[in-house]
Structures are given as C-alpha cells and as structure tokens.
Write a protein that binds this ligand. Structure first.
Ligand SMILES: [Zn+2]
Length: 320
C-alpha cells in the first residue's frame, strides 16, 4: 500500500511569505517509492505495466507541453538502461525512464528540460527532472572511480555497482548557491558574464566548496564576483538544476556598502543595480533580458519585483 509521506505533505503545504514556493523544477508530486528499488522481481513486474519515458542522451520524449510515454513492449531493441522513477499515489501507476544514446526517437519528439520544464504539469515536471538528473549521472559514470572497471545499474537506477569489486556508486548532486543581493535602497544586483548575449543579466551564483557552509559560500561568492560584502543572509528555497548535476540553493542577502562593487572580470564582466522602475524601463527598451522562467534566478527576480501587473511586460524581455 502506498502512503503519503510527511515530506510530500510538507511540500504541498508550502507558501510562506517571502519564500520561493513555486519553483518550476521543484514541483514533483510523484512518490519515488524508494523501498521498491530493493526488490528486483517487483521492479521487473512494475516495468511490465509501467508508463515509460524514453530519454535520448539528455532529451526526453515530449510534445511542447506534455511528456510522451510508451509501454515496455514498445521499447526499441537498442542498447539502453532503465531507471525507476516512482509511483503515482492516486492510481498505483508505475513510471520508469529508458535511457539510450541511440537516435530511436524522431527529432521533433525530443525536448530538453530547459525547453519543456516550465510548461509541464507538476507531476510530469517531477518525472522529467528525475529522469534527466539520473540520465546525466549514469552517462558520466560508466566506470568505477576506485578501480576503473565497468559499472552496471542496480536498485532501479539509484546506484551503479562495480563489476569487479562490487563497490556501490551513488548519484551525486553538485550544490550551488544563488543570491538575491539587495542594497539599502531596495535595489538588486545583477551580473553579466562575457559568454552571454550583451543584454542578459542574472543573479550571482557559484558552487559550494568542500568544507563550506551554504552561508559562507554566499558571502564568498558574492565578494569574489562583485566585491560586495553581504550580511543578513536568508534562505529562500531550492530547485534541482540537472545541467548536468546541480541543485540551486537560493538565498537573499543585503549589503550596506555598494562602494566596493566591481566585477571580477573573470566570471562577471559587468554589474548593474536595478530599482523596480529601472528594471521595468530596461526591459521595455530592450537593454535587459531576464533569465528564463525555468530558472531559479527568474523566480528570485519575480519574488523581489512582486508586481504581477508586470508579468506580460517582463515576458517580452525573457530569454528562452
Ligand atoms: Zn571497482
């Protein structure tokens, strides 16, 4: 029997004021049913009656707004791996992804998570994020990190096992912080990277280093990239970002001194402070393009802006 876990209930009850509670890639509603991964025979039975999402490299089979599933009997004979995604609590339906590097699906039926992530239902977004994250990790870890031997999938895709000495290798996720930096006049700080189109700006972000807390990482990354010293660091939310293997952990932070602000010239080549009015004008005149809706950065900017009346206007200035 399937039970609604306390975790799922907690997710469903989000909505704290001032928090990011509607992140596009953090909307999963499926029960991952991790206990079932331990039972090979049960997994095989679930596979036989599963709805299966075919994934080719890092793209999933989908229309513009929906995932496209198939039955196990329809899986091509090409080389591939199957990963258990979980069970729909409402009807007991099992879901898997089948991951291959062969071009077994027509090009027009393949979508990246960036393309469809914001357009899928909560349930399907959860499936797609899990599938892409697993697919990316398995693709990059065909061999054992201890002895170099080949590894194989086990526990429904939750681990890989070394074929020679049996060691288990678990999927890893690389945490990165992203920061909504605000000054004393309620302006926010956005940065531009050299590789981006000239009008694209986003929140400052960076990877957590070994032995570092999230809060220390926030202060260090902002200082390194912008020269700005921040305080009053507060957690806002998180969403998986499997491109290829991250999770973005969002914070807001404040600064009392903007005089030290200067781009590091390496990761960040330009910094700009925006009031709401300045952002509105910049978007209207085409000198600013905001991050895509699928990104946590965009959600942070929307949270700060806080005016739904700007929705249509900002859509014009959104990169896809
Ligand atoms: Zn090994």
């Amino acid at each position: 029997m399937l039970v609604v876990s306390p975790i799922m209930s907690a997710i469903g009850n989000k909505g704290n004021k001032g928090q990011l509670d509607n992140l596009v890639l953090a909307r999963s509603t499926i029960d991952r049913a991790s206990d079932l991964r331990l039972h090979g025979q049960k997994l095989e039975e679930l596979w036989q009656q599963a709805k299966i999402l075919v994934m080719v490299n890092d793209r999933v089979r989908a229309s513009d707004t929906n995932l496209i599933f198939c039955a196990s009997a329809e899986i091509p004979s090409s080389q591939g791996e199957k990963y258990f995604l979980g069970i729909d609590r409402k009807d007991g339906q099992s879901y898997f992804t089948w991951h291959t590097n062969d071009e077994v699906i027509a090009e027009e039926e393949l979508r990246t998570l960036r393309q469809v992530g914001a357009l899928l239902s909560n349930f399907e977004a959860g499936l797609a994020v899990h599938a892409v994250a697993l697919g990316n990790w398995h693709s990059a870890h065909p061999r054992c990190s201890k002895c170099g031997a080949l590894t194989r999938v086990d526990l429904g895709g939750a681990v890989r096992i070394c074929e020679v000495e049996g060691s288990q290798h678990h999927p890893r996720t690389d945490p990165a912080v992203i920061v909504l930096v605000q000054d004393e006049n309620d302006r926010i700080l956005l940065g531009h990277q050299a590789a981006w189109p000239p009008t694209r700006f986003s929140n400052l972000a960076g990877f957590l280093e070994p032995g570092e807390s999230f809060e220390h990482c926030v202060a260090r990354e902002v200082a390194e990239e912008s020269g700005v010293i921040v305080h009053s660091i507060r957690y806002l939310g998180s969403q998986p970002w499997p491109f290829p293997a991250s999770i973005m952990i969002a914070f807001e932070a404040r600064t009392s001194d903007i005089s030290t602000a200067r781009p590091d010239g390496e990761e960040i080549t330009e910094l700009r402070w925006f009031s709401r009015e300045e952002m509105k004008t910049a978007v209207q005149t085409g000198v600013l393009h905001l991050p895509p809706r699928v990104s946590v950065s965009r959600a942070m900017i929307d949270l700060w802006y806080g005016d739904c009346a700007l929705e249509d206007l900002i859509e014009i200035g959104t990169l896809t």
